[in-house]
Design a protein around this ligand. Structure first.
Ligand code: NAP
Length: 308
C-alpha cells in the first residue's frame, strides 16, 4: 500500500516561513492548452468547479497561451460565475513577445521593460476578469533584463494592488539570484518529469531548497510524451514506470506526479490535462510516497545507466 503523505494536503503547510501564496493542494492546474479543449463557457465553469472540488485552488496562465487567447477563455468563465474567483489563486506570466497574426514581430524575443510588463499584466487582469493577480512570473530569462528597473516595475504594480507576488520561470540559479537581490521572488517555475531531469543537476532545485521557496513544475508528464513518445528513453521509462505503478496499484500519471512530489524541494506540479480524470490522477499522487529505490529506478530508466 502506498504510504500517505498528508502534509501535501495541509493548507497550514503553505503558511510557514517563506509562505507561498497557494493555500490549497500542492497540485496546480495549468491552462496552456485550454483553447484546444473546445469547451463552451458553461463547460469551462464546470471544469473549474470540479477542479476546485478536487482541492485544486491555483490556476496557471500566461499572456501568450493559446495565441494570447487562453486567459480570456478562463476569464469568460469567471465572468459567468464570479463567485469562483474568491475560491482560487491566479498565476500568470509575461515577458515573451511571441509572433502572432496581430503581433508581426521580426523575431520572437523577450521584453522585461516597464512598459511591456505593465501592459501585459493589465491585459491579463482584463482577460481574466479580475482586479488582482496572486502571482506573476517572468516567463523566460531576458538577457537584456535590467534587474533593478524590473524590481521597480514589480514594486509599482504591487503598490497599485494589481499583483500580490512575483516570481520567475525557467531562470538559472544565478539569474534568479540576480533578480531576487532587487525584489523578493516567490518561486522559479521549472520543467521536471521522468523524461526531463535537468533541474535535478543544474542548481535550480538546490537553490529553491536553500531559500525555502517551493518550485512550480511544468510538463510533469513530459507534455504527454510519457505516454506517446517512441524514442528509446521514453520506452525504457514507460516500461519501468508500468512495473512500479502496477505494484503500487496506481496509474502511470499518478506515479509521475508522485516521483516529482518526492523531491525535497516540495514542488507544486502543474497539470496540463483537460480531463477531470487527469486532475484526479494528479491529486491521487498526494497519497503516494515513493521509496528511494522506486525513485532511483525511474531515474535510472530515464538516464539509461545506473547511478555512479
Ligand atoms: P503535462 O501534464 O506534462 O502534459 C499535458 C498533456 O499530456 C496533455 O495534452 C494531456 O492530454 C496529456 N496527457 C495527460 N495524461 C495523459 C494520458 N494518460 N495519456 C495520454 N496523454 C495524456 O503538462 P503540460 O501541459 O505540458 O504543462 C502543464 C502546465 O505547465 C501548462 O498548462 C502551463 O500552465 C505550464 N507550462 C509552463 C511552461 C513555462 O515555460 N513556464 C512551459 C510549459 C507549460 P489530456 O488533456 O487528454 O489529458
Amino acid at each position: 500500500m502506498p504510504a500517505t503523505r498528508p502534509h501535501h494536503r495541509r493548507s497550514a503547510h503553505a503558511c510557514q516561513r517563506h509562505a507561498f501564496p497557494f493555500r490549497a493542494l500542492s497540485i496546480v492546474a495549468g491552462l496552456w492548452r485550454i483553447a484546444d479543449w473546445n469547451l463552451g463557457v458553461q463547460e469551462r465553469v464546470r471544469w473549474i468547479e470540479q477542479a476546485l472540488e478536487l482541492g485544486i485552488g491555483s490556476f496557471d496562465h500566461a499572456d501568450i497561451y493559446g495565441d494570447y487567447r487562453a486567459e480570456a477563455l478562463f476569464g469568460e468563465a469567471l465572468k459567468a460565475a464570479p463567485a469562483l474567483r474568491g475560491r482560487m489563486q491566479l498565476v500568470s506570466k509575461c515577458g515573451i513577445r511571441l509572433r502572432s497574426a496581430q503581433r508581426p514581430y521580426r523575431v520572437n524575443h523577450y521584453d522585461t521593460e516597464a512598459t511591456y510588463v505593465r501592459a501585459q499584466v493589465e491585459q491579463s487582469l482584463r482577460n481574466l476578469c479580475t482586479e488582482r493577480l496572486d502571482l506573476v512570473l517572468i516567463h523566460r530569462p531576458d538577457y537584456l533584463m535590467d534587474a533593478a528597473a524590473l524590481a521597480g516595475t514589480f514594486a509599482a504594480l504591487s503598490r497599485e494592488g494589481k499583483v500580490a507576488h512575483w516570481g520567475v520561470s525557467n531562470h538559472s540559479a544565478s539569474q534568479f539570484a540576480l533578480l531576487q537581490q532587487h525584489h523578493p521572488l516567490m518561486t522559479n517555475q521549472l520543467e521536471l518529469s521522468p523524461l526531463q531531469m535537468a533541474a535535478l543537476d543544474d542548481g535550480t532545485l538546490d537553490q529553491a531548497q536553500q531559500l525555502g521557496l517551493r518550485p512550480m513544475i511544468w510538463s510533469p508528464l513530459g507534455g504527454g510524451g510519457l505516454f506517446t513518445c517512441a524514442d528509446e528513453q521514453a520506452i525504457r521509462v514507460r516500461a519501468e514506470m508500468a512495473r512500479i505503478a502496477a505494484r503500487h496499484g496506481i496509474s502511470l500519471a499518478t506515479l509521475a506526479y508522485a516521483w516529482i512530489l518526492r523531491h525535497p524541494s516540495r514542488p507544486y506540479p502543474i497539470t496540463g490535462t483537460g480531463r477531470i480524470e487527469g486532475l484526479r490522477e494528479a491529486v491521487a499522487a498526494l497519497d503516494v510516497r515513493l521509496d528511494a529505490e522506486d525513485w532511483y529506478a525511474i531515474w535510472t530508466a530515464s538516464k539509461g545507466h545506473p547511478v555512479p
